[in-house]
Every structure is written in C-alpha cells, then in structure tokens.
Design a protein around this ligand. Sequence first.
Ligand SMILES: *[C@@H]1O[C@H](CO)[C@@H](O)[C@H](O)[C@H]1NC(C)=O
Ligand SMILES: *[C@@H]1O[C@H](CO)[C@@H](O)[C@H](O)[C@H]1NC(C)=O
Ligand SMILES: *[C@@H]1O[C@H](CO)[C@@H](O)[C@H](O)[C@H]1NC(C)=O
Ligand SMILES: *[C@@H]1O[C@H](CO)[C@@H](O)[C@H](O)[C@H]1NC(C)=O
Length: 402
Amino acid sequence: MPGLLSSPVCLIVIWFLSWSLQPSCAQIWTDEVSGVQYGQLESNVTLACGKSQIRIPVVWHLNHSSALPWHKVTSEGTLVLLHVDRSAQGIYSCYDNRGLRLHSVTLRLGYPPGLLSISCQVPNHTHVRCSWVESVKTFLPAQYNASFRGNGQEWRPCVVDVARKHCDVDHPAFWQTIHTLRIIETNALGSGTTFVRFKLHELLKPDPPESVLVKEVEGYPKRLIVSWNFPSSWPLQDAFPLVFQIRYRPLGSIYWSEIYSEESPVVIFDALAGHLHQVQIRARDEVNAESQWSEWSSLPLVKPWEVYTTPDPAEELPTDDRIPECFFPFNTKPETSTAKSDNSVIEDEGNLGLVILLVLFSVVIFITVPSLIYVVWVRQRRRDHVTKQELTSMVKMKSMPI
Ligand SMILES: *[C@@H]1O[C@H](CO)[C@@H](O)[C@H](O)[C@H]1NC(C)=O
Ligand SMILES: *[C@@H]1O[C@H](CO)[C@@H](O)[C@H](O)[C@H]1NC(C)=O
Ligand SMILES: *[C@@H]1O[C@H](CO)[C@@H](O)[C@H](O)[C@H]1NC(C)=O
Ligand SMILES: *[C@@H]1O[C@H](CO)[C@@H](O)[C@H](O)[C@H]1NC(C)=O
C-alpha cells in the first residue's frame, strides 16, 4: 500500500481529484482507485457504506474488530467519526445484518499543507539551492511544484528533490537584486503556496576552504605554516576572487589571533613555542561586501617545531627533567629513575668523601715519609760524626803513654 501511495501516477490522480473538489468538502473524500479515504485530523469524518444506501441496518468494523472510535451511525448506515485523532486510522468495513461485507475502505488522517519554512544556499554565482521544512506536520505524502524568478522575469522551474525536500536553480540571474521562490505543496487534503523573496548577493556564502593543512616550520619554534585549497564548489576564475580569514590560538586560550589573505599558504610568525595550537580558516567573496563568510574549516591541533637535542650536561642542567639521566649515566633503569637517582646522589656523595680522604691520606703520606726519611738521615749523620769523634779520641787516648 505505501508503494502504491507514493507512486507518482497515484499522487497526480489524487492531486487532480483534490483540485476538482470544493475546499469545504476536501477533508472528506474517497479515492475509488486505491480504496483509501483521507480525512482531516480533529474534524468529523464521514464514511459511506458503499454507493447505494440499501440493506439497513449495517454494522461497522475497524481492523476486523467491532471496537470503534467515538462515532455515530446515521439512518442511511453512514459512519460519522467525531473529532478524529491518529488512532482512528485503519481499515473500515461495513456488513449487513446477515454478516455479508458490503464495503471496505482504508482511512488515513492528516492535515492540508500549511506554510513552508524555506531557506536558500548560494555556494557560488551559478547555483542556488533552496530547502524547506513544513511549519505544520501534515502526516501525508506531498508533491511540490517550485518556481523561481528574478524581479519582473518569467517563472522558471526550481528542480525538486521530493525526498530531500530541496530544489536547485542553475545560473540564476545574479544581477537581479531581488528574486522570488514559489513552492506549491499539494497533498490529498489540499494545497498550499509559499512565497519567499531574497537577495542572492546577500545569500552568497562559499563552502569552507578544503584540504586545510597546518605544519611546523623546521628550525622555527614560533612559526606555523597554513595551506588550503579553494572550496571545490567555487569557480577558479579570477572574476570571483575569495578572501580568506585565518584564526589561531594556543590550546586553552580564549583569544584568537587573525590573519587575512588572498592566497595560500600563510605563515604564522607569533605562535607560542612548545604549545599545541588550534587553527581555522574561512572564506568570503572578496568583492561583494554584503556576502557571507563560509563556515570555519575543521580544527586541527598543531605544535610548532621544537628542539630535540641530545642532552648536554654542561649546558642545560638545572631546569631539565632529564637531569637524573645525564648526571648519572650509570643509572640504567629508567622506570625507577627518580627514586634511584636520589639514592645515587647519596651514594655518590659518600664516594666523593672517600676519594677526598684517600687523596688527603696520600698527601699526608707523601709529605711525612720523605720528612721522616730526612730526619732519620740527619740523625744518622750526627751519630756518625759523634762516633768518629769518639774513635779519634779513643785513638788519641790509646796512643798516649800510660
Ligand atoms: C462534529 O459533530 C458533532 C456532533 O454532531 C458536532 O457537535 C461538532 O460541531 C462537529 N464538529 C465539526 C468540526 O464539524
Ligand atoms: C488498524 O490497523 C492499522 C494498520 O493497518 C494501524 O495503523 C492502526 O493503528 C489500527 N487501528 C486500531 C484501532 O487498531
Ligand atoms: C508547476 O506549476 C506550473 C505553473 O503553476 C506548471 O506550469 C507546471 O506544469 C507545474 N509542474 C508540475 C511538475 O506539476
Ligand atoms: C556551484 O556550486 C554547485 C553546488 O555545490 C556545484 O554543483 C557547481 O559545480 C558549482 N559551480 C561551479 C562553476 O563551480
């Protein structure tokens, strides 16, 4: 059944039939071909038991059940459903007093079309796309007939995509200041027309720049280079230049810095060294000051170039967290480096003391040993001298006549 309903032939038939009826009775209307009757929600809906009023009394069933919504049956056997809501939808059948089915109809409920809420996008000078949403939900399948024209010009079709609820115009008369779009929505309960006027040059809004790339600049810790492509929907002719706005900030900052440029790439000279940055870019028609900026491009995170030198203990000791490693290269277990390095500081202070002690000790040895030797030598010489003198005196005494 839904396939049948949505088929274009069926809808066109419904449309013509709805046109041929007076607006007052459009809410109660039987489609003989599909066996579907459409009714308006919150109204009274009348269901006739076939064309001829014979064989009374009749019995009505909904979905093969005798339970019916709030209703009355007229003397002709007609069922009147009072103030229907969506739960009253279903298959209604009427039977005569012998249980013979006389007639069956499917009831679908909804509203006639109301006004549409329309918005138009103009991504370049040669294309307009308008999309719409129902301001009142009708619950019923609809057809749309959309036309477009510049001031004082002929209507021309805006090509409709029913499923996506939008229509497209190629090569609109851009030089016309005001354009009008007309959309006629038609469903089984009636039709409604919505007009909307707009200025194309004010709606002109490019798609965001594409292939946006932010990179570090080797050797420059405060620079970033930003490159991008024109939006692919923007014609690459010099007749329609774009201006680009680039904004950037260190991650966590609320203040953006901005650069304007007509060409890619652009170099940021004042990035914050060592920090992640957010960079975005958008585009606008350069000539037409009343046109709109595109949406911003996506937000990549990039860090400027950084120095990754091997640590030099003589130069960058105190502030670096690599201190334990470069101070104590013997410490080969990085996972416990902090705890270990504290211990080795203490151990190494002990070692240093030992070395100093040893040095002092050897200095003492070096000084005392030669002096001792010297003292011993001097005393020996004196003793030698004394013995000599004693010997001579002894010799003298021996040589003396007794
Ligand atoms: C529906 O029918 C009831 C009872 O006949 C009547 O009072 C009411 O006014 C009707 N409502 C409409 C919207 O016609
Ligand atoms: C009757 O059947 C239709 C589907 O055919 C369903 O949508 C509807 O809710 C049913 N109504 C009741 C009152 O059961
Ligand atoms: C749309 O409406 C116009 C004028 O009202 C008509 O000429 C045209 O045939 C209609 N198009 C469709 C698809 O119904
Ligand atoms: C203008 O934009 C439309 C929709 O994006 C696109 O299909 C069309 O090719 C664009 N026109 C040009 C000249 O690029």
